[in-house]
Design a protein around this ligand. Sequence first.
Ligand code: ADP
Length: 525
Amino acid sequence: MVSGETYNERSKGKDVRTSNIVAAKALANAVRTSLGPRGMDKLMQLEDGSVLISNDGATILSKMNVLHPAAKMLVELSQAQDVQAGDGTTTVVVLAGALLDSASILLRKGLHPSAVAQYFLQAAETACDSLKQVARPVVADNREQLLHAVETCLSSKVVSQNTDLLAPIAVDSVLALLSSNKSNRTIDLRDIRLVEQVGGTVDDTELIHGLVLTKGSAKSGGPKSMKQAKIALLQYCLSAPKTDMDNQVVVSDYAAMDRILREERKYLLEQCKRIKKTGCNVLLIQKSILRDAYNELSLHFLAKMGILVVTDIERSDVDFICRTLNCQPIAHPDQLDASKLGHAELVEDVYMEGGNNTVVQFTGISNAGSTVTVLLRGSNELVLAEASRSLHDAQCVVRCLVQEPALMAGGGAAESRAAMALRQHARTRSGQDAYCWTAFADALEVIPYTLAENAGQNAIETVTELRAQQAKGVVGAGIHVKTAQVEDMFAQNVVQPLMVTTSAIRLATETVAMILKIDDLIVVR
Ligand code: ADP
């Protein structure tokens, strides 16, 4: 006989679990329609009134005002996938929703939540191992293979019609980093600068083996372009240094005032001459160091000396600029030295057609390659922001393939293959694990089901055909939503990094296991 207290605790745990599962599933359902190339996009109005269009799971969820703590775990799940793999952020959430569905059926059958969580974690490892065995290796930085994977990633984005242009840019930008860093094959995507400029269309986007600064050169009458540029980055104030003490100078007559102004002018001119003497003909000045009164005058002197000046360089950009241009920041006049200067064949102002803005472009940099810049164009902010997110996802796909050079077929092939392997394993068992593994396999098939549903196909028929093809041993059999057929996706070049799929399976399972083990919700105010 169960005591009253124990009974109450049990029913409370059950209620909390049910509420968590319902909330998390609701969130997963919200992004389910976005999965795949035929998935829908979401138009979101944010708190500040701005508008956003996206198809990316992590972006959609991060902007939603989610209140339920269990649903918040799914938001974090998609963010974790974003950090880990960069792509598959919708997949991971849809998968977690399906796993919770399967888990709730098992719980209703009387299985203990801890047991379900444990068997699910085992099943996830088995599923990933089975995929490792059938994945295709990527031959050392094979551009063709990388392109196919990136094209698959971009095919489901809002900017999919620009795949032909964006895919090579994504691949080449990451490969450029790799070629400069052969000994260490880790890629830091922060070394790729995405410069967004309104105007033109996404098709005007270009990869620049150099640098682009979003502000044009100073409008002080100086040159707007410079060949064989010698570039200095200045971090100190050009006008005379002020004393640390609080003091006041009382000037009683005009002559004295005139003298002071002349001295200031002389000092400024001296400073500009020192800069010129180093051979510098392009000067970058860090933000907020030109003080108003002398701003115009120093810019005037520099212009007269034929120096192209770019002001307002953000402090946070200094490191990137120095690495790109191979220069060193100069923080004091005494440090002015030709060895601290960078070199570029050409520095010029480029007008962004349609956007009414001018950028400064640096090209022909010696030893270029440690960083690259992508100049992203789009007709409006909405398209530009989504293009930027999509390009980042595409670059993450290349990074995944460099870290783990293995490809798996897309279109639900991977999930369907893993489900088949799990069912085969389950047949060799007779206990609760067999139940859980079969339920896990059912949940994995949510991906092919959803892809077919979103493409307007008969999901049951399509997935049955998919299972049959997989059972015949066609490892790459998947749903090609563009031809509405079950085909060998390897042959169709619809491929994705193995790491994206395995990471999604592992992370979704971990989150579901965590949700299952929660039996109380404590609100601390
Ligand atoms: P995520 O944010 O999870 O990457 P997407 O909306 O980008 O979600 O969709 C990715 C899914 O679409 C993957 O399962 C991938 O295999 C699938 N996919 C991509 N291209 C095709 C295609 N041509 N036919 C069928 N499925 C595809």
